[in-house]
Write a protein that binds this ligand. Structure first.
Ligand SMILES: Cc1cc2nc3c(=O)[nH]c(=O)nc-3n(C[C@H](O)[C@H](O)[C@H](O)COP(=O)(O)O)c2cc1C
Length: 198
């Protein structure tokens, strides 16, 4: 299995025992420029499919482009320059959408983006398990994406992400090369509290 040249465990330590995958998943930018296979793409979306959602609505939708296909430049041109620098060597670019209303009654679904986020992280963990890298992105032209990809009004745009095979850090241009280090996390005491907020 291909693995990133950087081992997240060298930089990250869980304070409490958890499945290795949570710590091993991170957002590298170094990718090899190789395409993904159809089977790999199916396995990624299969993981996303099984995420939980309110009323099992499954509001997430994924529009994607494989590298070396006609759709690729359309998706790639949506990215901010800072993301184009490293996404040029990704294998897959994906736009995540989420349906704003429940299909059973057309009423607003207040948690649709929460649900779409669950699907994305399932996919990102699956990518890690497969030795691929997945990297979320807010840095793209949101208005252009809606128009260029014909997103209907009843869907919100959530984010984009890139997936690829791990590449060499040395191939990344500066300044992104210097940032190619797995990040840390806030302590539990800062993110979870028993009882009210204050
Ligand atoms: C919704 C979302 C948007 C993000 N946008 C960008 C982006 O536009 N460009 C980028 O280089 N990284 C982006 N990131 C990556 C985050 O910076 C990264 O997930 C965060 O620093 C935590 O690091 P880790 O994923 O390696 O654990 C994004 C991540 C998420 C989940």
């Amino acid at each position: 299995m291909l693995v990133s040249s950087i081992d997240a465990h060298q930089h990250r330590h869980a304070d409490h025992p958890v499945h290795d995958l949570f710590v091993r998943r991170w957002s590298p930018r170094a990718m090899s420029g190789q395409p993904l296979t159809e089977d790999e793409i199916h396995r990624l979306f299969e993981a996303a499919r099984w995420a939980p959602s309110s009323f099992n609505e499954q509001p997430w939708r994924f529009l994607y482009a494989r590298r070396d296909t006609p759709a690729w430049p359309v998706f790639f041109d949506l990215l901010m320059d800072a993301n184009k620098v490293w996404c040029a060597r990704a294998g897959l670019l994906v736009l995540v959408l989420s349906r704003k209303t429940f299909s059973h009654n057309n009423k607003p679904n207040p948690v649709h983006i929460f649900d779409a986020g669950s699907a994305w992280v399932s996919l990102a963990l699956q990518a890690t398990e497969m030795g691929l890298v997945a990297h979320g992105m807010a840095g793209f032209d949101w208005n252009k994406a809606r128009t260029a990809l014909a997103v209907p009004d009843d869907f919100d745009l959530c984010a984009m992400f890139a997936v690829g095979r791990p590449g060499q850090v040395e191939d990344l241009p500066e300044p992104v090369r210097a940032r190619e280090v797995p990040s840390g996390r806030k302590p539990i005491a800062e993110i979870a509290r028993e009882g009210p907020f204050k």
